[in-house]
Structures are given as structure tokens and as C-alpha cells.
Ligand binder design. Structure first.
Ligand code: XMP
Length: 514
């Protein structure tokens, strides 16, 4: 196990990704929350200090706990992690005239365990840098193994203590051999064996669920999305029919989606499943409402109420299962302290656990999204579920902007959306896209079909690429594919006579329209 101490870098999560990809389990903890008991219980084989926006020259600069350097285990400092390591161990960090941002080159001047098999003495290697300060003089026992134009101590090593530190970021893609450098640290230097695989994780997770739940009853809200699906199947494998799933169908699902969920979980996996058809309740509740936040909050509140009623009917459940993922669990490091602005309130069912006074079972808390997908495959979930595009909790209700939502409009949107996704699949593009969907616009436009005039709705198509949904770019379709999709929608969907494509990236746009 490797402990990553976070100093607030934008890319700390990537360190964890790279370490896990090499088969080593790791966790990220913020620098100001590393207690002795955490160090004792976690018992890391090695520690990595992340980068961050601070400077060691700040009055209250963040530091690593002194014990980190006294535990007799290997430590790797990255960027700010290097600077604080050097500063804490008695070296010197200066504010540099020569700042480096983005692509830079490191001259390998001496051999060291980090470079083994990838970087040879005399080579000039591409790396990615982002720093103003730089290390100028080394603590005792260290030697320089790599230099760059802006950082004379771009890579340093203390072989006796197994302390290594680099000014550049090995965790990002733009440092081509970075993943191997990290692997050299965790495997060769720290002696980790790389046996953390999804298969092993699955067995371990099943054992943990059995231990936590005993012979108690668990209920799980199932939406058909990747996270809740994997949670349900994993828990079912652990405790069988002590699990009941509740699928609240709010009526804002896409074509055929509700049936797919029922077929897969009830018929294929034999998981006890309550299917609540609450479409009318939800649509009545947001009737006439066009404010996106009010819609989201109303749907979230109703979801909790309906779920709670069903849970009461099942009766006697002690545990609530949730598909919480690791990125939701990692505590963030904040140096500004100010409140951040709410762009959209995404936490549809936040508040459910508190209200229901049940214990939580969260078997995905340690996993990143694509690890959850791997686990789903390991559990035999079909690719059509595991590889699904994300779909927002409030569903199609936030894809009919600026107008009252009706059953009729939902039907029109469903048909357009189904054609769009079918054509994307046919073109083999589904997996190249993070998310694709249609939006029904609140404008009618004039058209001509046959010899007649039409006056129907316009719809917008959106498709984006992204890795985490935080930033996104529009997907560049080959024009003939977009043409074919538009043509089919206009010909086959009654009520739409014009199709547009959305070329907005995020930022400044968001992925959904509201
Ligand atoms: P935005 O529109 O904020 O979307 O760029 C980022 C990702 O979040 C999804 N999304 C939501 N998910 N409840 C959810 O569960 C919501 O209210 C919600 N709004 C947006 C969106 O589909 C995208 O994947």
C-alpha cells in the first residue's frame, strides 16, 4: 500500500491512477489530516508527496508530518512535494527567475533506481513541469540525477534513505515515461508486488460486505447507471437475497431503459427488485416549472420520499447501499477557503442516508470510475451496462429546457434520442464519446414536408468527449453521419422538423443544457 499525501495539486488523482494501474493499492489523504494513527493503521510501504499551489516561502507553508521522514520507508516528492521535502530536510528552495510551465526537458546526469530501464545517463527526456520555485541546494545525503534549464535539481536521490524527488510531474501523460518512473519507485524501490487486481478486489470487497452486514437486510436504489448496477450485483454476490433493489422510475428515462433494468436485474440476476412506476407523480410535481434548479430539487426530494415509502413497505432493512465513488470521498485541499459557486446541484439524493437513519454500505468508495467498470466486467455485467454513457439523475427532465414538461414532449424527445444513439452505435462511435444526447428546444420553426407546411419543434444534438465530466470538448462528427442522423430524426419523429448541433466546449458551456 502506498500513501499519497496531497498538497492540493490539480493532478494528484493522476498519481493514484498511475500507481493503481501498476497493481498497487494507494490512497490520497490531505497533508493537514495525516495523524499518527493513520500512519500506523495504513502502514504504507512508501509515501508520495504530491505537488500543490503553495510555496515553501509562505508564512504558513504546508509541510509533510516530520514522521514521514523517520519511518524508514521510501518517500517520493513531486513538484511542491520535492520542495517541501528539501526544505524540511535542510536544503534550500529559491524563487526562480526561470519559471517552467508545460513541456520541458530533463538531462539525465547520473543513474538512479527511479530511471531503471527507461532513462539512461546522457539522455534528454521530455517531461511536464509547472513551477515557479526550484530547489537550489540539497540536504545532506542527496545527489542530483537530472537537470533542466529552469531546475538544476530537477531530479534528486538519497539512495541510503530511499528518498527521491522530482520537480516535474511523472503522473501526467505529457511525461512519456512517467508511469514507468512511478512504477520503478513503487515496485523496485519500495518492493510492492503489484497484486492489486480487480479479481482480488472483488473477493476482498465481498468478504468485507459479508462481515459488515452479517445477516442484516440491505436495500439499494438502482438507477441502471454503472455505479448503482455494479453496487447491486456485487452486494448480491456477497449476501444473496438479503439484498432488495428499489428502482424508482421517475418517467424521465429513455426509450426501453426501464425494461432493460428490470430484465437484467430481476430476470437475469434474480435479484429481488421493486419497480416503482412513479412517472405521473414526478411529472405532476414539476408541471409548468421551467427553472432548472427547482426541477432538480423537486425531483430529488420526491425521489427520496418515494424511495422511503418503498423501503418502509419492504420493512426491517438495516443497511442502505450506495454507489459512492472515490472521487466523492477524497477530501479536497483548499487554500482559498472561500465558498465555491454552485453551478448545478448534482447531488440528487443527497440527504437520503441521514433521513433514513440506516447504516451505509458503500463497496465502491475506494474506486475510480473506470475501475468500477473493470469490476462490473469481472462480475459479468454486460458491456451495454458497463460501458454506458453517464445519464443525469433527473434524466430527460433537464433536457427539455425553457418550457413546461409534458408527456407528449417527453415522447418526442425519447424518439429523437433513441435514433441519435442508435446511429452513433451503428457508426461505431459510442465508445469514443463520453456522452451524447438530444435536447428538445422550446422553439417551433417553419418547414416544408411533401407539399405541406410544418410548424414543429427544433432539437439540438450534443456529444462531448471528456475524461471526468469536469471539462469537455464537443465531439467532431464526420458531417455525413450528422446529416444522416438529422435526416432520420426529421423524417421519423413527429413533432420535430429541424435539427441543430451544439459546438460548445465546457467551460464555458456545461455538458447538459440546464
Ligand atoms: P454538467 O452539465 O454540469 O454535467 O457539465 C457534468 C456531468 O454531470 C451530469 N449531470 C448530472 N448528474 N444529476 C446527476 O446525477 C444532475 O442533476 C446532473 N446534472 C448534470 C451530466 O450528465 C454530466 O455527465
Amino acid at each position: 500500500r502506498v500513501l499519497i499525501i496531497d498538497f492540493g495539486s490539480q493532478v494528484t488523482q493522476l498519481i493514484a491512477r498511475r500507481v493503481r494501474e501498476s497493481g498497487v493499492y494507494c490512497e490520497i489523504h490531505p497533508f493537514n489530516n495525516i495523524s499518527d494513527s493513520l500512519l500506523d493503521e495504513f502502514a504504507p510501504k512508501a509515501i508520495i508527496l504530491s505537488g500543490g499551489p503553495a510555496s515553501v516561502h509562505w508564512e504558513k507553508s504546508p509541510t509533510a508530518p516530520v514522521r514521514v521522514f523517520d519511518m524508514g520507508i521510501p518517500v517520493l516528492g513531486i513538484c511542491y512535494g520535492q520542495q517541501t521535502m528539501v526544505n524540511q530536510l535542510g536544503g534550500k528552495v529559491e524563487t526562480s527567475e526561470h519559471r517552467e510551465f508545460g513541456r520541458a526537458f530533463v538531462d539525465v546526469v547520473e543513474d538512479c533506481a527511479l530511471f531503471s530501464g527507461v532513462w539512461a545517463v546522457g539522455a534528454r527526456e521530455q517531461v511536464w513541469m509547472s513551477h515557479g520555485d526550484r530547489v537550489d541546494s540539497l540536504p545532506e545525503g542527496f545527489r542530483v540525477v537530472g537537470k533542466s534549464d529552469g531546475a538544476p535539481c530537477a531530479a534528486i536521490a538519497n539512495d541510503d534513505k530511499k528518498f527521491y524527488a522530482v520537480q516535474f510531474h511523472p503522473e501526467v501523460m505529457h511525461t512519456p515515461h512517467g508511469a514507468q518512473l512511478l512504477r520503478n519507485f513503487t515496485h523496485d524501490v519500495a518492493g510492492c508486488v503489484g497484486d492489486w487486481t480487480m479479481d482480488a478486489y472483488k473477493d476482498d470487497a465481498i468478504a468485507k460486505i459479508r462481515k459488515q452486514v452479517g445477516d442484516g437486510k440491505v436495500i439499494c436504489g438502482l438507477s441502471g447507471g454503472v455505479d448503482s448496477s455494479v453496487t447491486a450485483v456485487l452486494i448480491h454476490e456477497a449476501i444473496g437475497d438479503q439484498l432488495t433493489c428499489v428502482f424508482v422510475d421517475h418517467g424521465f428515462m429513455r426509450t426501453g431503459e426501464a425494461d432493460q433494468v428490470v430484465n437484467l436485474f430481476r430476470d437475469h440476476y434474480n435479484i429481488p427488485l421493486v419497480h416503482v412506476d412513479a412517472a405521473n407523480t414526478f411529472i405532476d410535481a414539476i408541471e409548468g416549472e421551467i427553472d432548472p434548479e427547482v426541477k432538480r430539487k423537486t425531483i430529488g426530494r420526491l425521489f427520496i420520499e418515494v424511495f422511503e415509502q418503498e423501503a418502509k413497505k419492504i420493512g426491517g432493512a438495516d443497511f442502505l447501499a450506495q454507489g459512492t465513488l472515490y472521487p466523492d470521498v477524497i477530501e479536497s485541499v483548499s487554500f482559498t477557503g472561500g465558498p465555491s459557486v454552485t453551478i448545478k446541484s448534482h447531488h440528487n439524493v443527497g440527504g437520503l442516508p441521514e433521513r433514513m437513519n440506516m447504516q451505509l454500505v458503500e463497496p465502491l468508495r475506494e474506486l475510480f470510475k473506470d475501475e468500477v467498470r473493470d469490476l462490473g466486467r469481472e462480475l459479468g455485467l454486460p458491456d451495454s451496462f458497463v460501458g454506458r454513457h453517464p445519464f443525469p439523475g433527473p434524466g430527460l427532465a433537464i433536457r427539455i429546457p425553457g418550457q413546461p414538461i409534458t408527456h407528449e414532449k417527453l415522447d418526442i424527445l425519447r424518439k429523437a434520442d433513441a435514433i441519435y444513439l442508435e446511429e452513433i452505435r451503428n457508426a461505431g462511435l459510442y465508445d469514443a464519446i463520453w456522452q451524447a444526447f438530444a435536447v428538445l428546444l422550446p422553439v417551433r420553426t417553419v418547414g416544408v414536408m411533401g407539399d405541406g407546411r410544418t410548424y414543429d419543434y427544433a432539437c439540438a444534438l450534443r456529444a462531448v468527449t471528456s475524461t471526468d465530466g469536469m471539462t469537455a470538448d464537443y465531439f467532431a462528427f464526420p458531417p455525413e453521419i450528422l446529416g444522416r442522423i438529422a435526416n432520420r430524426i426529421i423524417n421519423e419523429v413527429n413533432g420535430i422538423n429541424r435539427v441543430t448541433y451544439d459546438y460548445t466546449s465546457k467551460p464555458p458551456g456545461t455538458i447538459e443544457w440546464e
